[in-house]
Design a protein around this ligand. Structure first.
Ligand code: GTP
Ligand code: MG
Length: 461
């Protein structure tokens, strides 16, 4: 790692009360000093702030505050300076240009965080958590990301790794004494440990479903025949007139997607074109798109007008859309238009025909009846994904894959023991498991993986 000095805008690009530019590297103080004559920076203590003027040669650029973080007590562990200026994008640009003239270079995407990782201040999963914290848009994603930033996942994994590493040393010792046929590593204790690791890995892997819901939101497809009241329901859920509503069947043609937050979780509500056979070419495309949306949804909210006389088409439609991993909520709509005696019978009609588990709610989107029940039902879907015993949640595809490979490797080790295969092979399988576990924290890594992770950061992180 070369130790040249990098600089970048750390705040969002745009007008703000303040903007902050970060500078990090061996020469950070010298480079800033060339444009800051108010004080001798090298004489200042770490973690101090200094007022003065930032200049380009003779020209005054802005009045600034300069914070100093001396190695190793900085984010990157290098000498670092933060320049707070009046938040004009133009001033930010002028300061960066001057810093480059003074000998710095513009940082690459994620380079500050990469340096923090390479210099050992944070591990790889924490570096990824920084990106997640910045990207968090709701309470659930913020909580999970901040827990990961604290080292949540790495702590869990490194405990397992340390125990396993002990056994690897013993097994390798056995290899050194191969001719004497000794067994240092107690196989039944190893088996117990492997069981423990397997359980832990499985529960972490399971948490990914919840992690995904947190990171990408839960996809909710709102489906039903034309005029069932889908767009009216979307508007009622969002509390705004988002989609056009009319009594003309076939009003919605394209899909409409909006995010709704319920109890800190994001739901991607998808209003769709009403399902029917149609000669209208555009409407037909809309119907096809609606069905595709269900294929990628986590929850299907199927709407039927409660006053319908014959639900057989709805039932057929629901059956054709169902899958094992799809949660189904059937809503009988427009209950303000019919008597309870009518809409109370609807549930039984569906229960008699649909064996897949479903929740049933009677609603009136126009009169806002039972919309809260529907929200509670959506929310409970996500709550149920949350595991009781696991407070660490996997949200990252890379971690998920490394965990799956680790689980695979651990199961192979267990098999190896039960088949009493050679110690050499056992040692090999154990090393393999350790390696996959190490991928998460970055103890085992390669340039390609690092490049992949950090290139997704923005510049200045
Ligand atoms: N009384 C009553 N009318 C409703 C209710 N929900 C929707 N409607 C009416 O039903 C008609 C159709 O509503 P939309 O929300 O446009 O129905 P849609 O399912 O989106 O229809 P398409 O987009 O054509 O598939 C409109 O006239 C709505 O005002 C309800 O809960 N009660
Ligand atoms: Mg509609």
């Amino acid at each position: 790692m070369n130790n040249d000095t990098i600089c970048a805008l750390a705040t969002a690009n745009g007008v703000g009360a303040l903007g902050i530019i970060r500078v990090s590297g061996n020469d950070a103080l010298d480079i800033v000093q060339q444009s800051f004559s108010s004080k001798k920076l090298s004489k200042q203590k770490s973690h101090t702030i200094h007022y003065g003027y930032f200049t380009d040669g003779e020209e005054l650029i802005d009045e600034v505050m300069i914070s100093i973080f001396l190695a190793p007590k900085s984010f990157t562990t290098e000498n670092s300076v933060e320049i707070a200026f009046h938040g004009s994008p133009h001033i930010g640009k002028r300061i960066l240009e001057t810093l480059i003239k003074n000998g710095a270079r513009i940082a690459k995407a994620g380079e500050f965080t990469l340096r923090a990782f390479i210099n050992g201040r944070i591990d790889l999963s924490q570096a990824e958590a920084i990106a997640d914290v910045i990207a968090s848009e709701n309470e659930a994603s913020r909580k999970v990301a901040i827990n990961q930033l604290k080292g949540g996942i790495t702590n869990e994994i490194s405990l397992l790794r340390t125990d396993l590493l002990n056994f690897v040393s013993l097994i390798e010792l056995e290899l050194d004494f191969a001719e004497e046929d000794v067994e240092f590593a107690d196989r039944s204790a190893l088996n117990l440990l492997l069981d423990k690791i397997e359980l832990k890995l499985k529960s972490l892997i399971e948490s990914f479903q919840y992690g995904n819901a947190i990171k990408n939101g839960t996809a909710v497809a709102i489906i039903g025949k034309p005029n069932a009241g889908k767009s009216t329901l979307l508007n009622a859920l969002l509390k705004e007139e988002r989609a056009i509503v009319s009594n003309i069947a076939g009003t919605t043609r394209d899909t409409i997607e909006e995010i709704l937050h319920i109890k800190g979780h994001a739901f991607r509500l998808i209003d769709t074109a009403g399902l029917r056979e149609t000669m209208d070419e555009i409407e037909a495309i809309g119907v096809k798109k609606a069905i595709e949306k269900v294929e990628n949804a986590n929850i299907l909210v199927y709407l039927s007008d409660a006053g319908t006389e014959d639900f057989s088409e709805d039932i057929e439609m629901i059956k054709s859309l169902l899958r094992d991993d799809l949660k189904l909520i059937i809503c009988a709509t427009k209950i303000d238009e019919v008597s309870p005696a009518v809409y109370e019978k609807v549930e039984d009609v569906f229960r008699n025909e649909i064996s897949h588990e479903f929740d049933f709610i009677t609603i009136s989107a126009v009169e806002n009846q039972n919309i809260q029940d529907l929200k509670n039902e959506l929310s409970s879907y996500v709550e149920r994904l949350k595991s009781e015993e696991n407070n660490v949640v996997i949200t990252n595809q890379r971690h998920f894959e490394a965990l799956r490979k680790s689980l695979d490797a651990v199961q192979k080790v267990k098999e190896s023991i039960s088949f009493q295969i050679s110690t050499e092979l056992l040692a090999y399988e154990l090393r393999n498991a350790l390696e996959h576990l190490g991928e998460i924290s970055g103890e085992v890594t390669n340039d390609e993986v690092l490049g992949n992770i950090f290139s997704k950061f923005c510049i200045g992180k």
